[in-house]
Design a protein around this ligand. Structure first.
Ligand code: 1GP
Length: 248
């Protein structure tokens, strides 16, 4: 039941960096899923995240089943709300938006998700989710009706992450927002990483190898790539990029 998280802890202990490809079911055409699967299998990804802020898609179950059949990576749900849960996945990031002050995203959706999760065998991984200001309004901000944290107030971000850890979260996820203009500041990644023990996920607005490498160098344990791969399934084709990531 707890393989995904234990494996991530093991990777962290071995200083092996991890990479998740984020797939938004709303943006996937099942007709093209074969190519998608082929590209994922050629990529250096270690995990698949599935979800988005809005997901209205009816294909979630079908997509997860297909991915599970052809891809040998943990499939982890990254839901915007309880309607985005599939029993066919391996695990779920049980997110609490600790940067915000909207009770719906701190506890209400989580309570509503419990009867659904009780009927499933997903590995539930509690995650302190922190939205960081990134230049323009992002979907997470719009949908959750919460303010992101000031990107220059590193001390407050560190305290928020530490509070998340003290509350018992198993991950801290620093999120600039999908398609963000500016990724999470490297200095913030560094200070948060230095002040928590649990694994640190970083995502949003990372669009090239250097962004990935920098996030790792400053302390991210797992980097999430969504838009860059969505816009170009050949994103990881660059052999140099893939091999460099593998050797990290
Ligand atoms: C969003 O962190 C993820 O939740 C990924 O963001 O789409 O900008 O890569 P991008």
């Amino acid at each position: 039941m707890t393989n995904i998280y234990n494996n991530i802890l093991q990777s962290k202990a071995n200083d092996e960096k991890l990479l998740a490809i984020l797939l938004d079911p709303d943006k996937i055409d099942l007709k093209n899923v074969e190519t998608l699967i082929e590209k994922i299998n050629l990529s250096p990804a270690t995990h698949i995240f599935i979800g988005g802020s809005l997901v209205e898609s009816k294909i979630l179950d079908e997509l997860v089943i297909l991915l599970k059949e052809y891809i040998d990576l943990p499939i982890i749900l990254f839901p915007g709300n309880p309607s985005q849960i599939s029993a066919h996945a391996d695990g779920i990031l049980f997110l609490s938006l600790i940067s915000g002050r909207n009770p719906d995203y701190l506890i209400e959706h989580q309570v509503n998700a419990v009867p659904i999760l009780n009927q499933m065998d997903l590995e539930v991984i509690s995650t302190g989710y922190m939205l960081i200001e990134s230049g323009t309004e992002t979907a997470v901000e719009r949908v959750s009706k919460t303010k992101p944290l000031d990107r220059n107030n590193i001390e407050y971000a560190v305290h928020t992450a530490q509070a998340g850890e003290m509350l018992g979260n198993k991950f801290i996820y620093l999120e600039a927002g999908s398609g963000a203009k500016q990724a999470v500041p490297l200095e913030m990644i560094k200070k948060v990483a230095q002040n928590i023990e649990i694994p640190l996920i970083v995502g949003g607005g990372i669009i090239d190898l250097w962004g990935i490498q920098n996030a790792y160098d400053f302390g991210a344990d797992l980097v999430v790539i969504g838009t860059a791969f969505e816009n170009d399934v050949n994103f990881f084709n660059n052999i140099e990029l893939a091999s460099r990531l593998r050797s990290i």
